[in-house]
Ligand binder design. Structure first.
Ligand code: ADP
Length: 160
């Protein structure tokens, strides 16, 4: 069986920062499941289906990427798809504490699962879905931040 990783997130919506991590992960693992976590405590702009459609569209040329969604514990999803690794991106030291908590808890819940962190490319270190939504809302230029289908979807949402 090949090396399988899960790349989990909210992806509301997917940005070039996420895509960079997915692309790099796809070179290291045989298969990557990009998984939209359906987190009830967040109020997303895009529905899970919309987020998955956008991810599918912008990753369609990466042959070993699968797009999925999940509600529940990430470790249960990892077991379901036989993944032995989680890939997460790190932008700044401020991401670190949160990631460390989640990673430690996942390790307690499922010891065979390891989390690998990839440092973002410098130019994406300030980039987040929230920032993109904020700029898009006021019709700012987001063409360097998200792929074209995402830009279009954001324009539609905000009626720009
Ligand atoms: P979550 O709510 O799980 O943090 P996000 O969609 O915000 O979901 O992020 C999913 C993953 O992508 C996380 O590991 C996050 O650190 C990473 N990520 C987000 N933006 C960037 C970026 N600009 N560069 C690198 N990684 C990023």
């Amino acid at each position: 069986m090949g090396k399988i990783a899960v790349c989990p997130g909210t992806f509301d919506p997917i940005t070039y920062g996420h895509l960079d991590i997915i692309l790099r992960g796809a070179k290291v693992f045989d298969e990557i499941y990009v998984c939209v976590l359906n987190n009830a405590s967040k109020q997303p702009l895009f529905s899970v289906e919309e987020r998955m459609d956008l991810i599918r569209e912008v990753t369609k040329d990466i042959h070993n990427v699968k797009v999925d969604s999940f509600q529940g514990l990430l470790v249960d999803y990892a077991k379901k798809v036989n993944a032995n690794a989680i890939i997460r991106g790190l932008r700044a030291v401020s991401d670190f504490e949160y990631e460390m908590q989640i990673t430690s808890m996942n390790k307690v819940l499922y010891d065979e699962l390891d989390t690998l962190f990839m440092m973002t490319k410098g130019k994406y270190s300030f980039l987040s879905s929230s920032i993109v939504k904020e700029v898009a809302k006021y019709n700012g230029d987001i063409s360097d931040l998200v792929p074209e289908p995402v830009e279009k979807a954001l324009k539609q949402k905000f009626n720009n």
